[in-house]
Design a protein around this ligand. Structure first.
Ligand code: MTE
Ligand code: MO
Length: 170
């Protein structure tokens, strides 16, 4: 009898918890691949050497201009610093205008950022977020991409981020 009760409790808790993040699986690693000098598979502790960035009162805006959530404090890194750990394999500076990055998540959500907006904009605007309100990100994955200057920034707020692929248009 006891074993059935335990089984039912396990079943209930399985469904209860799987509702917490139905869209993406949590990846402990962020891969940097494609047109790079060195393919990387980074954990949170590999990023510790980089300069951290703190973002305050970030509003995530949806398609209709609605505020999806307001996050008091986020911590993370500049995407360009993370990509520089791998190094872009493009020897000709004039070709950088053709380089772009595909940020992908475990639920196959993909967005792109150009080399110019990541490396050559007047101020930094593309971040990889790892902490929310002083705690490591968890239910939205360990890493999330955030493009701070976007109007509908929900679109390129990539939760469950697990890969940045360097590519070149031609
Ligand atoms: N991995 C992943 N990230 C995603 C999405 C998605 O489907 N998959 N949807 C995006 C969209 S369109 C919006 S508006 C925001 C919503 O974020 P929320 O969790 O604050 O509602 O997540 C974004 N990030
Ligand atoms: Mo959205």
């Amino acid at each position: 009898m006891k074993i059935y009760v335990l089984f039912i409790l396990l079943l209930i808790s399985h469904f209860a918890f799987s509702q917490d993040h139905p869209e993406g699986k949590i990846s402990e690693k962020l891969a940097i691949s494609g047109l790079v000098n060195k393919q990387l598979s980074l954990t949170l502790s590999d990023l510790k050497e980089l300069k951290t960035v703190e973002l305050k009162n970030v509003k995530i805006i949806g398609k209709g201009g609605d505020v999806k959530r307001t996050i008091p404090s986020l911590k993370g890194y500049l995407l360009k610093d993370i990509i520089n750990m791998a190094g872009i394999a493009e020897p000709n500076f004039k070709e950088n205008g053709m380089i772009y990055f595909i940020a992908s998540a475990t639920d196959d959500y993909n967005v792109l950022c150009s080399w110019s907006e990541v490396f050559n904009s007047a101020s930094d605007q593309v971040f990889v977020v790892t902490e929310e309100d002083g705690q490591p990100l968890n239910k939205d994955g360990k890493f999330a991409l955030l493009c701070l200057k976007d109007k509908i920034n929900g679109l390129r707020f990539v939760k469950w981020l697990n890969r940045i692929e360097v590519k070149k248009a031609n």
